[in-house]
Design a protein around this ligand. Structure first.
Ligand code: IMP
Length: 207
């Protein structure tokens, strides 16, 4: 993605451990897998002109890379939602802050997610979208914290199953930071991050 993230030397895991970060999915592995998912999506939707629906803001980096690599005729549309409860422990009660611009009735809809955790947010979103009578409705998520799932959901395209850890990077934030860090990084001490959301800024971007 061309962003500066090289201040963490992955060849010195001790250094990374000291700051409480682990590289869970290196950028090269991530990009290779996004390319594979794009090929799967292209095979499934060739000629159907699907609408790729993404929820702002976490999935936008994934969406951008996915549509370029897929190389088929698609539309993209965005929704913005706010969850009640703390940002990363969603209650599943969601308010639509910004709706899709176009009707999805009769269209093939693919929801693009950054991460599915409990599944409550996506479950709500799928019910809202299904009520609008799309021709088909499927889900593509980059990351799947499947051990945390509360509601069963069909995931049609999945990048990686990951353990129950808080992750940042490649679109995923903490308090609006770290979205532009490449690769997926696991945070060992979330409390440290909660007490100082900027704690990893020098690690990724320099002092
Ligand atoms: P769910 O409703 O529990 O599935 O929550 C999904 C949303 O929680 C995602 O779209 C993310 O915005 C957020 N989220 C869940 N886990 C993480 C994480 O590890 N890092 C950053 N955001 C997360």
């Amino acid at each position: 993605l061309g962003v500066r993230h090289a201040c963490v030397d992955v060849n010195e895991p001790a250094t990374v451990r000291t700051v409480g970060l682990r590289e869970l999915i290196p950028a090269a592995d991530l990009h290779r897998r996004v390319g594979e998912l794009a090929a799967e999506v292209a095979r499934a939707y060739e000629g159907l002109r699907p609408v790729l629906v993404s929820v702002l803001k976490g999935a936008t980096l994934f969406l951008a890379d996915l549509v370029r690599a897929a190389g088929i005729d698609v539309e993209v549309d965005f929704m913005s939602i706010s969850s009640y409860g703390s940002p990363n422990a969603t209650s599943g009660v969601v308010r639509i802050e910004k709706d899709l611009e176009a009707s999805i009735e009769g269209r093939h809809v693919l929801v693009i997610e950054d991460i599915v955790d409990t599944g409550l947010t996506l479950n709500y979103l799928l019910r809202v979208l299904a009520a609008r009578r799309p021709a088909s409705l499927r889900v593509c998520t980059l990351l799947d914290k499947d051990v945390r799932r509360i509601v069963e959901l069909p995931i049609d395209f999945r990048g990686f199953a990951i353990p129950d850890e808080f992750v940042i990077g490649y679109g995923l934030d903490f308090d609006e930071r770290y979205r532009n860090v490449d690769g997926i990084w696991a945070v060992d001490d979330v409390r440290k991050l909660e007490s100082d959301p900027e704690v990893f800024v020098p690690v990724f971007f320099g002092e």
